[in-house]
Ligand binder design. Structure first.
Ligand code: GLU
Length: 434
């Protein structure tokens, strides 16, 4: 079991938060209680577990555990990414699958919730090893997926390259060129704009929250954690909107940009990372970048924080430091990056706080558009996709505002939980039980 800060399960942490917020909705809705909706959502439809056997570059046989959690398909095919990381286990994927159900519901697109992955660690592996692992993964997984059944995409450790290998194997196994995976490259008829969608969507959510206070991102000091896909594009969009990005980070420490990260510095970092270089090694080559080992970004004074790394990366003490230093808005690019204590503090202090299931829904939303594009067999332009992404982020924001109280303080957590839950619940009721 992956432990959260209290040694409990991640799934339980995510479930308890939703359960507490929807309690008044259940109390006021006999039908939700009679159909036992919350109990039903405490278990996924199914958890598929399999073993991936593959050979490394030395010709040795290796073996990893893998799972696909098909959580709930009331609203559409199971949809959610694949994570390849040594911390992955069934509990991690149950938590992520559960969150995904409500996140996907908020997008308004026909997508159920699911998540999958493996404890395979891609770090230090050659491209050939990653390819063989992806092919071996698909050899097992392909019997459970399909464009109307279950549609994975990327997540931590799974980017465009891995989706490419997975889809390549899918094609050889099935000969069906359909949207059985999203986040595909343009060469595989992916959609323009998917790569940047999660990061751009998170910044858009922050922008919409600030707008309720008649504020903008222009001139705001922004802390970003992570240095992967979400963090990079959150940084790009923040810079575009005139914000001063002060940090990126990884598990080894924090990269500081005291004068602000520029677009050209970001491109240098992206190129270096694509060549497999670590943040700490890049710092030596780049003026205006300092690397602080074994630290997190949250001690730096800022106006806005965008946690874009991983679950429970921001604890109660760090949340307090952020607020003491003047931070007034937090939008989560990662899934459940704030611990229960941190969330409690943000809500208690009534700062602008966009939880992951609302603020990082842009990625899966554009995956939904990629599914539409594949079904239409007509490519969308990047502009069409980004416009639609921003429309969807606004819809999500407004649903949170509708269900999270208005006035001077919108509780975005409550709003997201209630709005997402109601959509899934109403659909489950319509389908009945055998
Ligand atoms: N892994 C992303 C998420 O957490 C994207 C999922 C998808 O595109 O299906 O939402």
């Amino acid at each position: 079991m992956t432990e959260n800060q209290h040694g409990g399960s991640l799934f339980q942490q995510a479930f308890d938060e939703v359960a507490a917020d929807v309690k008044p909705v259940l109390d006021g809705n006999e039908s939700y209680r009679r159909w036992r909706i919350l109990d039903r959502l405490s278990e996924p439809d199914r958890v598929l577990g399999f073993t991936v056997r593959w050979t490394n570059d030395k010709g040795e046989v290796e073996q990893n555990r893998a799972w696909r959690v098909q959580y709930c398909n009331a609203l559409g095919p199971y949809k959610g990414g694949l994570r390849f990381h040594p911390s992955v286990n069934e509990d991690t994927l149950r938590f992520l699958g559960f969150e995904q159900c409500f996140k996907n519901a908020l997008t308004g697109l026909p997508m159920g919730g699911g998540k999958g992955g493996s404890d395979f660690n891609p770090k230090g592996r050659s491209e050939h090893e990653i390819m063989r692992f992806c092919h071996a993964f698909m050899d097992e997984y392909h019997r459970y997926g399909g464009e109307d059944i279950d549609v994975p995409a990327g997540d931590i450790g799974v980017g465009g390259r891995e989706v490419g290998f997975l889809f390549g194997r899918w094609l050889r196994l099935t000969s069906r060129h359909t949207a059985t995976l999203t986040g595909r490259s343009l060469e595989q008829f992916g959609i323009k704009g998917r790569t940047e969608a999660t990061g751009y969507g998170t910044v858009e959510f922050a922008r919409l929250m600030l707008d309720t206070k008649d504020e903008t991102l222009e001139g705001k000091r922004v802390l970003i954690s992570g240095a992967g896909n979400v963090a990079q594009y959150a940084a790009e969009r923040s810079i575009e909107l005139g914000a001063q990005v002060l940090t990126l980070s990884n598990s080894e420490g924090t990269a500081h940009f005291p004068e602000g990260l520029t677009q050209s510095m970001l491109e240098t970092i992206q190129d270096a990372r694509n060549q497999g270089r670590r943040l700490k090694d890049i710092a030596g080559d780049l003026d205006g970048m300092k690397f602080e080992a074994s630290s997190k970004p949250w001690g730096t004074a800022c106006d806005v924080a965008l946690p874009c790394a991983t679950q429970n990366e921001l604890d109660g003490d760090e949340a307090k430091t952020l607020l003491d230093n003047g931070c007034t808005a937090i939008a989560e690019g990662a899934n459940m990056p704030s611990t229960t204590e941190a969330v409690h503090l943000f809500r208690e202090k009534k700062v602008l706080y966009g939880p992951g299931k609302a603020a990082n829904a842009g990625g899966v939303a554009v995956s939904g558009l990629e599914m539409a594009q594949a079904a239409q067999r007509i490519p969308w332009t990047r502009e069409q996709t980004i416009d639609k992404l921003y429309d969807i982020m606004r819809t999500i924001h407004d649903q949170c505002a509708e269900h999270g109280g208005s006035g001077d303080a919108i509780d975005y957590v409550k709003g997201a939980n209630i709005a997402g839950f109601r959509r899934v619940a109403d659909s489950l009721i319509t389908g009945g039980v055998g």
